[in-house]
Design a protein around this ligand. Structure first.
Ligand code: TXA
Ligand code: MG
Length: 328
């Protein structure tokens, strides 16, 4: 199959909407990462997502809506907390897990009785959904690879497997949405993201974060390691261990690169490095693009520890997964 990249416009959105209605897949931009969409009500179309990505069948998909007001089309027994969250964070990078509506095929929810719902902020995503159907959509990468934040990244992974990639420019947020489970006794963050615990606590009385360290998976998706670059990746606890790891790799004949926020050139010296920026939002926006660029050129990636709190903590959560908890 030939895959075309098309600049998002009213005309290309109409073309993409037709593909969706015919049961085909379309990759589309959101503010977090690019998504691979299919009509959420069409089981056969949804099956194509798993096939194209090589995604395990037991990992459920998020249903994307153009407005939170459509939530009743895909979920039931919706708690007030959802509407309170929707008012503040939708559209935006927050996914909420609710009780599954009867219209949603089990293929979307991996057989489960809950459904994850999100309203993307990117205008083109909402236009596509509004002119077609609610979209079941995972990140538009091959399973286990890093999520794409440009149309080109998406094309690199899915070329030949899908008919169309809508190009809406680089993603502003750069990491996937926060996943919040409202079906748990206490609202539970299953995947940290741009919307942090502190932000949620402005709307909810209590929020807990599910620790990825617990062995039993609450969200089927939590069993899987995501986001791994194609080359050996480590997280450095300190600047010193980062430099030491770099120098060790070089002494072994490897070609490493360090990814860090900012640093004095005197610290990094002649070592290969990528600066993501000082602002947490720049770190989040640039992290995946930096990793995807690095894996093409280098054979070891060493990533700085950005910390545990807020948005930087969310970025770190992803990076740790990608590094498979290899720490130096
Ligand atoms: O920002 C995002 O969320 C992007 C864009 C495209 O919207 N999508 C995304 O989808 O990251 P995906 O499939 O790569 O990750 C969805 C995560 C998985 O970890 C999955 O297990 C979890 O959400 N998930 C989906 N449905 C769930 C459910 N019903 N209960 C618990 N976790 C669920
Ligand atoms: Mg993903």
């Amino acid at each position: 199959m030939e895959t075309k990249i098309v600049k998002a416009s009213n005309k290309s959105i109409a073309e993409a909407a037709n593909l969706i209605k015919k049961g085909e897949l379309v990759a589309f931009p959101t503010e977090t990462v690019y998504g691979l969409g299919a009509n959420a009500f069409d089981e056969n179309a949804v099956a194509k997502i798993f096939e194209a990505k090589g995604r395990p069948q037991d990992n459920p998909l998020i249903v994307h809506l153009s407005s939170y007001k459509d939530v009743e089309k895909v979920a039931k027994d919706i708690p007030d907390a959802f509407y309170a969250l929707a008012k503040k964070f939708m559209p935006g990078p927050l996914t909420v897990v609710l009780s599954k509506g009867d219209s949603v095929p089990y293929r979307v929810t991996a057989g489960g009785e809950t459904v994850a719902v999100r309203v993307p902020k990117k205008k083109w995503a909402r236009k596509l959904i509004a002119s077609s159907m609610p979209l079941a959509a995972p990140s538009a990468n091959k399973s286990k690879h890093i999520s794409p934040t440009t149309a080109k990244h998406t094309y690199d992974d899915l070329n030949g497997l899908i008919p169309m990639v809508l190009d809406g420019g680089p993603c502003e947020v750069g990491i996937e949405s926060t996943v919040l489970d409202l079906t748990a006794d206490t609202p539970t963050i299953l995947r940290p993201g741009y919307v942090t615990e502190d932000m949620l606590l402005k709307v909810l009385h209590s929020v807990v974060t599910f620790s990825g360290k617990i062995k039993i998976a609450k969200s089927p998706g939590m069993k899987y390691t995501h986001y791994a670059p194609k080359v050996y990746t480590v997280v450095a606890k300190t600047r010193e261990s980062m430099l030491a790891e770099y120098d060790r790799a070089v002494s072994e004949g490897k070609n490493p690169v360090m990814i860090l926020r900012t640093a004095d050139e005197k610290v990094v010296k002649e070592r290969h490095h990528v600066f993501l920026g000082k602002k947490p939002s720049d770190v989040s926006k640039n992290i995946y693009a930096a990793m995807l660029a690095a894996e093409k050129v280098f054979d070891e990636i060493i990533i700085e520890n950005f910390g545990e709190k807020g948005l930087l903590g969310s970025v770190m959560n992803r990076v740790e997964k990608s590094a498979g908890h290899k720490e130096v």
